[in-house]
Design a protein around this ligand. Structure first.
Ligand code: UDP
Length: 143
């Protein structure tokens, strides 16, 4: 099994509802180790840049407004098959379709405000980690 790194966001809705600790608990219970973490309040430019691939989608303006509406937590998670393992505990984009017991099923209200983000591939993970963290900010687990 490959040890991978993936990128996670706890979005403004879940931060506002004080679900940071509960969601971190899901990561740790799944065997994913947090190797970097910080709270940020995205600027319009940062949010637009992060979601650039969706810039032509009809929901883009609302997505940027939501993602800048309050602080978020950004994390790097490390573990076996971390990209897929994280997507599995995250659940489907639309919480109404998310499997029981997933983060989005338990903490999200709607497809627009869906509590958390997880990289969908190793290539996305690399880009997204680098968007928020310098190499020095990553703290691989040595014990
Ligand atoms: N999104 C939305 N409306 C939609 C589809 C997506 O607001 O109809 C938002 C939602 O916050 C989602 C993000 O855009 O998490 C990125 O969409 P993607 O399809 O990449 O889903 P994800 O990878 O986050 O599950």
């Amino acid at each position: 099994m490959a040890i991978e790194r993936t990128f996670s966001i706890i979005k403004p809705d879940a931060v506002a509802k004080n679900h940071i600790g509960a969601i971190y608990n899901r990561f740790e219970t799944a065997g994913l180790k947090i190797i970097a973490s910080k709270m940020v309040h995205l600027s319009q430019e940062q949010a637009e840049g992060f979601y650039a691939e969706h810039s032509e989608r009809p929901f883009f303006g609302a997505l940027v407004a939501f993602m800048t509406s309050g602080p978020i937590m950004v994390q790097v998670l490390e573990g076996e098959n971390a990209v897929l393992a994280h997507r599995e505990i995250l659940g489907a984009t639309n919480p109404a379709e998310a499997a029981e017991g997933t983060i989005r099923a338990d903490f999200a209200e709607s497809i627009d405000e869906n509590a958390a983000h997880g990289s969908d591939s190793l290539a996305s993970a690399e880009r997204e980690v680098a968007y928020f963290f310098s190499a020095e900010e990553l703290c691989p687990r040595t014990r």
